[in-house]
Design a protein around this ligand. Structure first.
Ligand code: GH3
Ligand code: MG
Ligand code: MG
Ligand code: MG
Length: 299
């Protein structure tokens, strides 16, 4: 897949300054520009640039305040900001770095230096993004890990509370997996978990659905804006999907192949409940599915 070009937002109240920077950078990057602080903040939200080149002295909101706001919003906090300013006092540069800028370039600019610094900061940004995305992935299966799930749960809980929409959670666990490992070995066990992860990822259809490895041989699926019957249908699809793979499991008292048990809980989030309580409910239902004979969905 071709990598898309990095996006740079240039902010300066003097159009000719914007023009000069655009000319230097446009061959390598996609350039957006704003000539005041409010427009800059709108564009940051709309375009999610990889880097912001920011003037300080502007009518209305100055660059320090623009930077402070970019850094205060968790969604834009990681976007590097470089001040490009005629202000060259030690206090200005210090303040710029204190409000969260990663670098400070004084005007008049030298094109090769601007180019080189931009390149370096974009390289760092790409590495940071990569590390960040890896920190949210489960190493064995390649799907989301528990950290990612916890983050999504917090976010979706709030979102569904605001919109009074149901939030559903499926917790599932591989049946008699200890016996599976004992029979086939840990590496084959790992491969089995990869297949389960693949089935779940294939079957969770909506972009907002999140499948994650919860730990060991347990997985979760968070389904925002999904009611109980909808979530039960997804869970039944998971169960059938894993069973249909017919992964041999000679020691299982349930079936001669690998099966899973699932608990499904749904709430309309409110102050009366909590994400932890939703997870407890799903977990209790999972254990009822186990006690009732496994290879089944309990809602
Ligand atoms: P149940 O049907 O009640 O869930 O029985 P179970 O045997 O699946 O449950 P138990 O909790 O006794 O055993 C879980 C097993 O899962 C034990 C553990 O070694 C195995 N396991 C956990 N994580 C991994 C893993 O990453 N890879 C492999 N291969 N096995 C794992
Ligand atoms: Mg200015
Ligand atoms: Mg378990
Ligand atoms: Mg198990």
């Amino acid at each position: 897949m071709a990598e898309s070009r990095p996006k740079i937002l240039v902010v300066d109240d003097i159009p000719s300054n914007v023009h000069v920077l655009s000319r230097i950078l446009k061959d390598d990057y996609d350039i957006y520009f704003a000539t005041d602080g409010d427009k800059a903040l709108d564009l940051v939200q709309a375009r999610m640039p990889d880097l912001v080149l920011l003037d300080i002295m502007m009518p209305g909101m100055d660059g320090f305040e623009v930077c402070r706001r970019i850094k205060a919003d968790p969604a834009t906090h990681d976007i590097p900001v470089i001040f490009i300013s005629a202000k060259s006092e030690v206090e200005d540069e210090t303040r710029g770095l204190e409000v969260g800028a990663i670098d400070f370039i004084t005007k008049p600019i030298s094109p090769p230096i601007v180019k080189a610094r931009v390149r370096n900061h974009l390289l760092l940004k790409r590495q940071t993004d990569l590390l960040r995305s890896l920190s949210f992935l489960d190493g064995l299966t390649g799907i989301a890990n528990r950290r990612r799930f916890d983050e999504a749960m917090t976010r979706e809980w709030r979102r569904c509370a605001r919109s009074h929409q149901p939030l559903s959670l499926i917790i599932l666990d591989v049946d008699h997996f200890k016996a599976y490992n004992d029979q086939y070995g840990h590496q084959v066990g790992d491969e089995c978990l990869r297949v389960v992860a693949e089935v779940l990822s294939d079957r969770a259809r909506r972009p907002s659905d999140l499948v994650a490895r919860y730990g060991g041989e347990e997985f979760v699926c968070l389904l925002p804006e999904t009611d109980g019957p909808g979530a039960t249908r997804v869970a039944e699809g998971f169960r059938a999907g894993v069973a249909e793979r017919r992964i041999p499991h000679a020691q299982s008292p349930v079936a001669p192949y690998v099966t899973i048990s699932l608990g499904v809980a749904t709430v309309i989030p409110s102050a009366a409940g909590s994400p932890e309580r939703l997870a407890e409910m799903a977990d209790q239902l999972l254990y009822r599915a186990k006690r009732a004979g496994r290879n089944r969905v309990q809602d």
